[in-house]
Design a protein around this ligand. Sequence first.
Ligand SMILES: [Zn+2]
Length: 308
Amino acid sequence: MSDIASNPSPTDSSAPSAELIRSLTGDLPCVQCGYNLRGVSVLSPCPECGTSVRATILARVDPYASVLRPIRRPSLLASGLLAWSGCALAAALSVWSLRAIDAASFMLDRPIVAARPIALLVPIFAALSGLGAVVLVRPHAGIPRWQSALALLGVAAYAPLVWTLWRLHAQIDLANPMPFFKPLGMPYERSLARLAVAGLLLAIVVGLRANARLLASRSLLMRSGRVDRQTMLAMAAAVLLASAGDGLHLLADAWEGAAFWARTLGLFLIAVGSMLLTVGLVGMVVDTWRVREAILRPPLSRREAIGP
Ligand SMILES: [Zn+2]
């Protein structure tokens, strides 16, 4: 009990002087220059670069650090997250390269052979992304069982996704190349495959989102709302937009008079939806990088930096 009397809590308004003379008892690298501020008073500037110690505390000390669940294998979790987002972006960029190759062969008026290996990269990167997503099933203890089950379903949706992407890019498109340069519109089978891909992407977002947001909340920066961008919901909206375009392509054959306009509008929606999805994937890579920092270099609790 006497311990409490001689060591008032920092929130105790009757003891401001104890707070003023307090110096850092834990290792705390300066936010500006990295100098270890251990032993420096909370009120002083950094002895090396003059940045106020309070600025470093604001940036590095997380009041929630002591309640965050410990992560047993941080480097495995961090690499899995990066593989998940990075390979998803790589798959999307492979699809864009295929479309660029289409445009080039249309202008040169001859087929470009590079399309075949790149078409295989799409399902390969998607499979690697799904492999990375496995870490989202149960990143740490204390996650509700339904939430892990949902994440497992999200990961399972990768299997049909990889197969459909292989069918779409390595079979349908190679048999009938340059799908966006055909005057008679999209092959029926291609639009159906794209709608299947969209449905599976939505299942993946629904499955993985809860655990992904749980991990994002470990980052002080992301939890404080400064960079919370709801990236996954935005990507789901982009997928739906592109699907509306695929739906128009499917309907175009039935609308004799309006077929041209349905195809043109469909093409436009697919292009905008795909661009927004790619932007969302870039955002996801940035977000997982931030979460990776928070996992590998966890924020300090107030107690660790300033002492009890
Ligand atoms: Zn400094």
